[in-house]
Design a protein. Structure first.
Length: 179
């Protein structure tokens, strides 16, 4: 089965960083990802995707990312459930990020926030908050699998050979048509 997600977008708020009771760093953030089309009013449409990352990646994201940062995320979709304070079962779908790449410098990100503070359509979106205790409990009960980023492999295409222009390698006689 294939479960691979690749997203590019901006953080809608600062990273929520916590360390589980078992000592695993966890970073959560919401990524605003633009859709490929605009609404009938010519407004840009976006999806707001919940992202969670663990261990060293969580530490780096917490240190270098903030609201408005442009990042690329690679990971997998995950669904889970938990019981909230009222005793209701809550279902959550999120992306578990194996890798997060910074797509602009911190300086560029800060300049972008300063230039367009009023026109940020993601600034006033309601955010779902989970109590810290519930969050710790969820990941303590089912610790995540340890993922290790695969090294990027460079593939080089073999040199193209044109057999039709090289008489030594052609499969047909030039005096006769090839059909």
């Amino acid at each position: 089965m294939i479960n691979n997600v690749v997203l590019v977008g901006r953080l809608t708020k600062d990273v929520e960083y916590q360390v589980t009771p078992s000592g695993i760093p966890v970073a959560k953030f919401t990524l605003a990802v633009n859709r490929n089309f605009k609404s009938q009013n010519s407004e840009q449409q976006a999806d707001f995707i919940n992202i969670v990352t663990f261990r060293k990646t969580a530490e780096v994201v917490n240190q270098y990312c903030s609201k408005g940062s442009l990042v690329g995320v690679q990971g997998r979709m995950q669904s889970r459930s938990y019981e909230n304070n009222e005793g209701r079962k809550v279902y959550v779908t999120e992306v578990v990020a194996d890798s997060v790449q910074f797509l602009e410098s911190k300086k560029d990100s800060q300049q972008n926030q300063q230039q367009q503070p009023q026109s940020n359509p993601f600034a006033n979106q309601p955010q779902q908050q989970q109590p810290q205790q519930q969050y710790h409990q969820q990941y303590q009960q089912a610790p995540p699998q340890q993922y290790q980023a695969q090294p990027q492999q460079q593939y080089q295409a073999p040199p193209q050979q044109n057999h039709y222009n090289n008489p030594a390698t052609s499969d047909f006689d030039s005096d006769n048509p090839p059909f």
